[in-house]
Design a protein around this ligand. Sequence first.
Ligand code: GLU
Length: 312
Amino acid sequence: MFANESGTPDYASILHCIEEEVQPMLSQGKVASYIPQLAKVEREQFGMAVYLLDGRSFSCGAAHTRFSAQSVTKLFALALAYRREGHEIWQRVGKEPSGNPFNSLVQLEYERGKPRNPFINAGALVITDILASRFVESEIAVLQFMRQLADSNSLDFDRAVAESEIETAHRNFAIAHMIKDFGNLHNPVKRVVSSYCRQCSITVNCLELARAGSFLAGHGKIPWSEQVVLDQSSAKRINAVMLTCGTYDAAGEFAYRVGLPAKSGVGGGIVAVLPGVACVAVWSPGLDPTGNSLAGMYALERFTTLTKLSIF
Ligand code: GLU
């Protein structure tokens, strides 16, 4: 029913089915409220897009609606830092799941300022610092990188979200000060935190996000331009870190249910990679208690079930 005679998934019907299935879930999650501006987003929205390496794309629902990428930008910041600095970055940030909330301070103290991985806030702040040593404004470098990958110059910062986050970024300031005290932050704390908050405020829609992440499905190459963003080995490593650390404290649950490397954000977006085949983006602002989009995670679970495609 969801595949043609040769077994190729019928993506259009699959997305249509998923869109119907998620409807009852849209009123169940909780919109992130610790960044005041994010609390204003209407909860009952859902969009999904699939970008296939052969150039075809499929979408449903609010796939054209822009949302706050938040932690999803950590993926692109990491890829940019990796592209510039190579394996050296692992001297300053680890690649193990933290087992703690994304904004936790406790581990940093006894691990002497080396964050567990680049997807918790501590690790993302170190990545921002690495970029800040290379670029005058690291957040602009990340924005331009995302624009290039998405092939869309209209991606931009959301100033209201950035300001709202900077005003309430007490925890991120505390994390950055702690890292600085251990000597693992080379630029001023204020500069790093404000660049990080501005980076998190980048808005994107599902179609753009699926396209932007497709180089990770393409083993490091942008599928439509053949441009090499990362070598195959580095792309594999980023996918591996996404699988183990990309979805907050639910990476095990996510791997079990979905079976794809993915990065989520508190804006309700998730980008997931099916190496060699496609990049998938979903968005629904209602979050589950682990901070992942409730309907988004379910949609990806249904996607891998109905297409019979996953990394396992
Ligand atoms: N800007 C958010 C923060 O640092 C990102 C959180 C997220 O999406 O995980 O708190």
